[in-house]
Design a protein around this ligand. Structure first.
Ligand SMILES: Nc1ncnc2c1ncn2[C@@H]1O[C@H](COP(=O)(O)OP(=O)(O)OP(=O)(O)O)[C@@H](O)[C@H]1O
Ligand SMILES: [Mg+2]
Length: 302
């Protein structure tokens, strides 16, 4: 996803006061007041200075943070001296307390936010980005939402149709192409968000607690879907979560962040091969790894 498109879908960058893409503002009566059509696509707040998505990553590395820190203009220090890498095809999870700078870290990785110091190297200018909120356009169908990024990127229609159909099938949404977001469950909306990110065929996927608002069973099923997609596509993944179990189940390495300012407290290898089944969670070795992550996380509150 290009930084512009990511910005459009990111709640923090959303500026309802700005007209989208310089197009005229229009409401249709049939849908009542509020959002009605593409003339009201969420606005892109232009950054004062457009910045580079980061330096190219060395061979074999999808994403590398080196000594990265973030201090916001109001003096809030969100991140301090963060260094870790995500290898090509590697799936890394980040767990940390609320406010430890996890979202800020992802925003820095995708060039939505600039670091105050340190360097970020990324292997692609178009990572897939799945936000905590699905941020779907309510007047567009599933198909229309999934195709949004490709449309904004100017991908020709026949190619876009192919990408959308493939992503819909990968995300398990076949049969729901014409549904509007209001006719979908929370879990299905998240699938649409996932499918939309898949259309950029990302080699690097950034997930910001995408399932935290969902019930446990839906969350597990979507976790399984992510693992299935990972098995098929072998993208590099950086998955933010509050859940220790989710982090160990999905990732091959878990990075534990401290309370704010977020620092790396531990990097814990997860010794299980892919593909992984839900039952792995009941394995004694799984329990031991989860315990190690939990203990590191508890240290962050010490
Ligand atoms: N634009 C901003 N200006 C000032 N402070 C900010 C800004 N954005 C985030 N922060 C602060 O930086 C810290 C880290 O925020 P961030 O959203 O990255 O945390 P998080 O780990 O994702 O939290 P959560 O788990 O609750 O989502 C918080 O204290 C937050 O208030
Ligand atoms: Mg967050």
């Amino acid at each position: 996803m290009a930084a512009d498109a990511a910005m459009m879908l990111d709640a923090q960058s959303y500026d309802p006061g700005q007209r989208p893409f310089g197009r005229s503002f229009r409401r249709t009566r049939s849908e009542g007041p509020g959002v009605a059509d593409d003339s009201e696509l969420p606005a892109v707040r232009q950054p004062a200075v457009r910045h580079d998505p980061g330096a190219p990553a060395p061979a074999g590395i999808a994403l590398a943070f080196t000594g990265v820190g973030k201090i916001f203009p109001d003096g809030t220090e969100a991140l301090r001296d963060i260094s870790f890498t995500v290898g090509d095809g590697e799936f890394v999870a980040v767990v940390g307390p609320s406010g430890s700078g996890k979202s800020t870290l992802l925003r820095i990785a995708s060039a939505l936010t600039e670091p105050s110091y340190g360097t970020v190297a990324v292997s692609t200018a178009v990572p897939g980005y799945v936000f905590q909120d699905p941020t779907l356009l309510p007047w567009r169908s599933v198909e229309g939402n999934v195709g949004l990024l490709a449309q904004l990127d100017g991908v020709p229609k026949p190619e876009r149709r192919r990408l959308v159909a493939e992503a819909i099938s990968l995300a398990g949404l076949a049969g729901f192409e014409r549904h509007r977001p209001t006719a979908l469950s929370g879990g299905m909306r998240m699938r649409v968000s996932l499918a939309r990110a898949l259309t950029v065929r990302p080699s690097l996927f950034l997930f910001d607690e995408p399932f935290s608002a969902l019930d446990e069973i839906t969350r597990q099923r979507l976790g399984q879907e992510v693992l299935r997609l990972y098995g098929q596509e072998r993208f590099a993944g950086l998955f933010i979560t509050h859940s220790v179990v989710e982090s160990v189940w999905l990732a091959s390495r878990v990075v534990v962040l401290s309370t704010r300012p977020g620092r790396v407290l531990a990097e814990i290898d997860v010794p299980f091969d892919y593909p992984r089944q839900v039952e792995l969670r009941f394995d004694a070795a799984f329990g031991r790894t989860a315990r190690t992550v939990s203990e590191a996380l508890r240290e962050s509150f010490a």
